[in-house]
Design a protein around this ligand. Structure first.
Ligand code: A5A
Ligand code: ZN
Length: 498
């Protein structure tokens, strides 16, 4: 069969995830990786449409309680260097602009690796009184990080093109902590809408955001068994406020430092959608972010026995396709009629690769019985649907697909979390093997030395303690013995991480 031969040319996701991922980005026209700068890539039109739908969801969530702003890309060196902890974490990752033409600049300018040091000097002049608080802003911009580890499209970039960073300022620490919880809820809702499952952890002390009091991270599990951090939320407390002198006058007229938070998401969110849902035929897009939710294919050139390519029939089939398109369009569903000259098989292949959630086929025989055929991208199931029910049936089917791929992804994640019990007395070698397929939950104390040793022995990263406050399923307050030093310890998640 022709179609099979075409699809077989992709390496299987299970066999070589990394190669599969690169192939998909290229064939589904998401990202062109041929740009001649390391860690810097080009969005194709189709990829950019997916990106905009994903960020549209994020924007609409953010806009409820934040205002969008746009700060400059360039940060003067003296501002960037002010916060000691912050710069310690970032100095090796900064790109510098040092010349204007052939003239050395008086003050070198950094390309923002993140925008705390661009935004907070301005917060100092924006914030005067308690009436200016809470202040909640965000921007979606490009940021630059001179990553020295292996760069990867959408995952580890030197130019992050779609960095959503929120920055908030509050009167009290309690208000800031409340904001952290709200941000966690917001990110949950965002990733739920992408059908991307996650674990939420509080990062260990030695691996928090530079300048933060603590950091909370969302991690998802990639098909190769490694975790990827897809978003972080940081309680900054007063550290930046003290450095940048951000004060407000409280109700009694005395000056107080603000309490801050910040939280960020990059195009890793797009990478996670592609990686988690895609299969050996290409992308599988959740309907929420599919640029085309339904592709309508007229079956007029089919060589299937019994279907003639009669001119009259072709015309009425095409008319029926356009009528279905109009109805769907009217109902706010993103539809497309593929009336190109290609064989139906070539069309199927193309739209499967692009991850269109639902295909509707209409041929002369369907028309005679006033039917059409639905074919789901996620499970290839075929159903006959009366033409009069197309709109409600499409809505129902798209919801079904969204729910089913989300459930399947959650199942995969949870099936790959291995909970090690103290009494199991598992050997390190056995745990290391478990960590090759996913996340291991084990007892580890807070000391950095134990964390380092465990990371070395298992070849993993410590993700941190599960955030029990936010995750009903992680009510596990049990204590055990640290795997390394046998002192009292809490559970942490560890995994091989991207
Ligand atoms: N100012 C805060 C929000 C901040 O910068 N946090 S962060 O450093 O943790 O970055 C936020 C998120 O951006 C990370 O959780 C990660 O998902 C993503 N990210 C970080 N470096 C990246 C890179 N080089 N390429 C792609 N995404 C990256
Ligand atoms: Zn220990």
């Amino acid at each position: 069969m022709q179609r099979k031969a075409e699809t077989q040319t992709i390496v299987r996701k299970k066999d070589n995830f990394s190669e599969w991922y690169s192939e998909i980005l290229k064939r589904a026209k998401i990202l062109d990786i041929r740009y001649p700068v390391k860690g810097v890539y080009v969005w194709y039109p189709y990829g950019y449409k997916v990106r905009n739908l994903v960020y549209g969801i994020l924007r609409s969530l953010m806009d409820k309680e934040h205002e969008e702003v746009l700060f400059p890309l360039l940060i003067p060196k003296d501002e960037l260097m002010k916060e000691k902890e912050h710069i310690k974490g970032f100095e090796d990752e900064v790109f510098w602009v040092t010349k204007g033409g052939s003239t050395e600049l008086d003050i070198p300018l950094a390309l923002r690796p993140t925008s705390e040091t661009a935004i907070y000097p301005v917060f100092k002049v924006w914030i005067r009184s308690h009436r200016d608080l809470p202040l909640r802003i965000y921007q979606i911009v490009n940021t630059f990080r001179y990553e020295t580890r292996h760069t990867r499209p959408l995952i580890r970039l030197r130019e992050i093109t779609s960095f959503k960073e929120a920055h908030t300022a509050h009167a009290t620490r309690a208000d800031a902590e409340e904001q952290v919880k709200k941000a966690v809820a917001l990110y949950k809702s965002f990733f739920d809408q992408l059908a991307v499952p996650y674990v939420i952890t509080r990062r260990p002390e030695w691996d928090k955001f530079p300048g933060a009091e603590y950091s909370i991270a969302f991690d998802t599990l990639m098909p190769d068994g490694r975790t990827m951090q897809i978003g972080t939320i940081h309680l900054l407390g007063e550290s930046f406020a003290r450095t940048f002198d951000i004060k407000y006058e409280d109700e009694n007229g005395s000056l107080q430092f603000v309490n801050q938070t910040c939280y960020g998401i990059s195009e890793r969110c797009v990478a996670s959608v592609i990686a988690i849902h895609g299969d050996d035929h290409g992308l599988v897009l959740p309907p929420t972010v599919a640029p085309i939710q339904v592709v309508i294919v007229p079956i007029v050139f089919s060589r299937k026995a019994g279907i003639s390519n009669n001119g009259v029939e072709s015309v009425s089939v095409e008319k029926a396709c356009v009528a279905v398109y109009d109805e769907l369009n009217e109902a706010g569903i993103r539809a497309f009629v593929d009336n190109s000259e290609d064989r139906p098989g070539a069309k199927y292949y193309r739209w499967e690769m692009k991850g269109v959630p639902l295909r509707i086929e209409i041929g002369p025989r369907d028309l005679k019985s006033n039917n059409c055929e639905f074919v789901r991208r996620d499970n290839t199931k075929r159903t006959h649907v009366p033409l009069s029910d197309v709109v409600p049936e499409v809505k129902r089917t798209l919801e079904g697909i969204q729910g089913d791929i989300h459930e399947a992804a959650k199942e995969t994640l949870h099936a790959n979390i291995y909970k090690n019990k103290s009494e199991d007395k598992m050997e390190m070698e056995e745990l290391r093997r478990k960590a090759e397929h996913g996340i291991v939950s084990l007892f580890l104390c807070d000391r950095e030395r134990c964390g380092q040793e465990l990371e070395d022995q298992l070849g993993v990263s410590v993700l941190g303690k599960a955030v029990a406050v936010y995750e009903a399923e992680e009510k596990d307050k049990s204590e055990g013995e640290c795997m390394i030093c046998s002192r009292k310890a809490k559970r942490v998640y560890v995994a091989r991480a991207y």
